[in-house]
Design a protein around this ligand. Structure first.
Ligand code: ZN
Length: 135
């Protein structure tokens, strides 16, 4: 949303600059940059909506579980995070990348720790619960 507001502000500023500044190519470059920022904002907005839909569906179809943490390691993915390997209810092992305080604590205690989670009966979708669940 912030990126869209920034882009819209940039479009207004570019329109004003087009009237005031005679260098058309500089204004055109600024307009292209603003359009790029708006596209990024729309993409982030659509992606957040899709993730929210998936989370709501998982909350309706899923059941609460505790996932044993098998191991953990530090990773550098834009920021320092942990990758915890957890055993899912269907016995598959899956990674959970996170920097949450509860997950850091579980990583330090691995393999003698568990994480609260919600998983659908088929085991195709799951999520670690980091806070209160609002259904
Ligand atoms: Zn986590």
């Amino acid at each position: 949303m912030f990126a869209m507001l920034l882009g819209a502000f940039g479009l207004v500023a570019a329109g004003t600059a087009l009237v005031v500044i005679p260098n058309v190519w500089a204004v055109a470059a600024m307009l292209l940059f603003c359009v790029f920022i708006v596209i990024i904002g729309v993409a982030l907005w659509v992606d957040a909506g899709e993730k929210e839909t998936g989370t709501v569906a998982l909350l309706k179809a899923g059941a609460s579980h505790t996932l044993p943490v098998l191991s953990a390691e530090k990773i550098h993915d834009e920021e320092l995070k942990l990758q915890l390997w957890v055993r899912l209810p269907n016995d598959e092992v899956a990674p959970h990348r996170c920097g949450d305080a509860a997950c850091r604590k579980a990583a330090r205690a691995a393999p003698n720790s568990e994480l609260p989670a919600i998983a659908d009966p088929a085991g195709r979708a799951w999520a670690v619960v980091h806070g209160p669940v609002d259904c």
